[in-house]
Design a protein around this ligand. Structure first.
Ligand code: BT5
Length: 323
């Protein structure tokens, strides 16, 4: 359905096209064209109609068809004004055998962080989950988390926000402007969180859900006070969420098609490398200098007892006073 709608939009984007000509061009009935035009108007597209035909006047700031229209990546978008969690919905779709679907919401009422933590998701953010069925072993799944961080950082930088990545999955802003948050004195503020979930067997991923939460057009005061948080609104003003989401999905699509490109791209934006870090891992605490990241996302730390490779954990950047 959305494919025909996007074709209608493409046809009327550069000037008026008469209904009958449109019907012929898209090989559907005139009644069907009329229904699509009405549905697009309901979705917030402004479409003029006069004797010359239909003409696209403006595109809504956010929404499923709005994101798919002009998107240069092969994703189907399922949009919700409000939903408990886009990751939960994407998991449901994964269990039904779907792939390459992106679930997007304006607001989440039960957003999830890692380790059962809550993720605050007020209206105005970009809360999305990408459902994939990559043909790689489960051990390579972390590369998709890194790819999501790179794609989001690139989209944020295009929007004018100097974002950087803290291993493995936080996109932060350290040089926040004075409007962003009084909490900036506490250190870099979190702009984006990423939660990857998957199901599979020893040698094969069945489905993978990469959840990305971006504090876009929200006030930092509406975000939790326990850690420093910022938003695109606070840093540079409101962003066109449709365009931001398209750029993110296009970058992510390029990276997931070429997993070897992910780690080099990640290093470009990493704030963790060269830093002293403390990583809470399932096997205990690791303290030392973060010297590199290896495929598919392993942090290499030089400790007093030698080199340690960390595959998962919560990472804290240490200042000399913290040790
Ligand atoms: C994360 O967890 O950073 C992963 C967040 C993933 C959210 C996306 S939104 C779309 C998709 N659907 C979902 O349900 N989830 C995904 P973690 O590293 O555990 O960080 C969680 C911690 O960050 C919380 O304990 C709070 O301290 C803080 N926090 C919560 N909401 C925040 C926000 N909006 N901005 C900044 N920090 C936040």
């Amino acid at each position: 359905m959305q494919q025909t709608r996007c074709a209608v939009l493409d046809a009327i984007a550069d000037g008026p096209v008469a209904g009958p000509a449109l019907a012929e061009q898209l090989d559907v009935s005139r009644a069907a064209i009329w229904k699509h035009i009405e549905a697009l108007r309901d979705d917030g597209f402004e479409i003029a109609s006069d004797d010359d035909g239909y003409e696209l006047v403006s595109v809504p700031e956010f929404g499923g068809t709005a994101i798919e229209f002009g998107l240069d990546a092969p994703f189907e978008v399922e949009y919700h004004d409000a939903i408990p969690s886009t990751n939960e919905r994407a998991r449901e779709l994964g269990a039904k055998g779907k792939s390459d679907v992106v679930v997007v919401a304006d607001e989440q009422t039960g957003g999830k962080g890692r380790l059962d933590r809550a993720w605050s998701s007020p209206s105005g953010g970009i809360w999305l989950s990408i459902l994939l069925r990559p043909d790689v072993p489960p051990a390579q799944a972390p590369a998709f988390t890194l790819a999501a961080a790179v794609a989001t950082t690139r989209a944020a930088r295009e929007a004018g926000v100097e974002a950087e990545i803290k291993w493995p999955n936080d996109v932060l802003v350290s040089d926040t402007n004075e409007n962003s948050s009084e909490r900036n004195s506490e250190g870099p503020a979190k702009l984006v969180g990423i939660l990857t979930e998957m199901e599979g067997e020893a040698d094969r991923i069945s489905w993978l859900v990469v959840g990305i939460g971006i504090n876009a057009n929200v006030d930092p005061d509406d975000l939790p006070a326990d850690t420093p948080a910022t938003s695109i609104r606070a840093e540079v003003g409101d962003v066109e969420r449709r365009v931001f989401t398209q750029r993110l999905l296009e970058e992510f699509d390029d990276l997931r098609k070429d997993l070897d490109s992910v780690v080099p791209a990640w290093r470009e934006y990493a704030s963790t490398l060269g830093r002293r870090v403390r990583v809470d891992t399932p096997g205990g605490e690791v303290i030392g200098e973060a010297v590199d990241v290896a495929f598919p996302g392993t942090l290499v730390v030089d400790t007093d007892d030698g080199r340690v490779e960390v595959t998962a954990g919560d990472c804290e950047h240490l200042r000399p006073a913290d040790e």
